[in-house]
Design a protein around this ligand. Structure first.
Ligand code: F6R
Length: 366
């Protein structure tokens, strides 16, 4: 059942190239230049007339929502807000019938997310569900939706659900950007072609496994970790920190790299590993100077870089390479080494990787 892997989490990490293919199978026709998504096509006027999109979710799904915020605003130029479902539902939010609420949920059963969509429906918003479990409550209670088709995710720590959620939301943003004229025909085709290359590039990212295992061995006893990223990769830093916390029980925080100087930099000393996403298209020069700030305070730097990087390599204690892609698609690759890092550290600390303490796969309590 674990397909030869020691844990479901590792199996699911390695399933990501195929999971992404399954997510866009039948939807993305690269040569024809078509993105077909019934849930969007059937309500295209609603989407094109929407004042804004509000994304509600919890945990890892909320992180996918943050990535989607950047992607929707960049491609479709529709204002997006991302809310923790638990905060949204209890704070008398302003919602109108010109709003679209996108609920993201792997399980489709998360109580707070369910309550958030009920509230949105009462206020007249159109609710679109992005769920993985077919026939789940949120998928049934939404007005329309798109499944992620990642296949069953058994490990409590979400991995392939995250990358496939981002895939679905990217397809939606591209489709809407083309429909509302914000994405040119040539840009649209270029994005489709790049998206089609992602599964192979995830595969390439997975080949760092042994190297990441060696890095994990060095830092497995650390008491704290910091994760930094900018732009599209800021939510990936949050997600990397969450993965480490939940399965290895090491305290970790994710931050937008530039916020470090407003507080967290005080934490940095030689005991502090800092994972920095430093791929070349995402404000590279700025991230390099953030890395210099960490280095001058003796922090240990584990950097996620693109193949062929030179600058960061000179500064970092360790680098992990991922292939180059569009900045907007880079979270699909940069997240892979962070999943593997948390996995190996958790295994080395003898933690129950697939069923961490105090956690359940779907949180049906409020
Ligand atoms: C993290 C994790 C949780 C879930 C969260 C939302 O690895 O598994 O943070 O992401 O409970 O769950 P869903 O997506 O099922 O609504």
């Amino acid at each position: 059942e674990k397909g030869g892997y020691e844990h479901f989490m590792l199996k699911e990490i390695h399933e990501q190239p195929n999971a992404v293919i399954d997510t866009y199978r039948g939807r993305m026709l690269v040569n024809e230049g078509i993105i077909r998504m019934a849930g969007v096509d059937d309500h295209i006027e609603k989407f094109l007339n929407a004042n804004r999109i509000i994304i509600v979710a919890c945990g890892t799904s909320w992180h996918a929502g943050l990535v989607a915020e950047y992607i929707f605003e960049d491609l479709a130029r529709i204002p997006v807000e991302v809310e923790y479902a638990s905060e949204f539902r209890y704070r008398n939010p302003i919602i109108t019938d010109k709003d679209i609420v996108i609920a993201i949920s792997q399980s489709g059963e998360t109580a707070d997310t369910r309550a958030a969509i009920q509230l949105a429906k009462e206020k007249g918003a159109f609710v679109f569900g992005v769920c993985n479990v077919v026939g789940s409550t949120i998928s049934r209670e939404s007005d329309a939706g798109a499944y992620t088709h990642a296949g069953p995710e058994i490990g409590v720590a979400s991995t392939k659900a995250f990358t496939t959620q981002i895939t679905v939301l990217t397809l939606m943003a591209l489709k809407l950007g083309k429909a509302n004229g914000n994405v040119s025909a040539s840009d649209y085709h270029m994005h489709l072609q790049e998206l089609a290359l992602i599964p192979e590039k995830i595969k390439a990212s997975l080949t760092s496994d042994a190297h990441i295992q060696a890095i994990s061995d060095i830092y497995k006893d650390s008491a704290n970790f910091l994760y930094l990223g900018r732009g599209f990769n800021f939510p990936v830093a949050l997600e990397g920190a969450l993965k480490l916390k939940e399965i290895s029980y090491i305290h970790a925080e994710g931050y937008p790299a530039a916020e470090m100087k407003h507080g967290p930099i005080a934490l940095i000393d030689e005991q502090m590993p800092v994972v920095v996403i430093a791929t070349k298209r995402g404000h590279y020069e700025k991230v390099v100077s953030n890395i210099q700030e960490i280095k001058s305070r003796s922090g240990k730097i584990i950097a996620i870089v693109n193949e062929g990087d030179v600058h960061v390599k000179e500064l970092a204690d360790h680098v992990i390479e991922v292939p180059d892609t569009l900045e907007l698609l880079s979270p699909l690759l940069t997240t892979i080494p962070l999943q593997l890092l948390s996995y190996h550290i958790a295994v080395m600390r003898d933690c129950n990787v697939d069923q961490p303490r105090n956690l359940a796969k779907s949180v049906t309590v409020e």
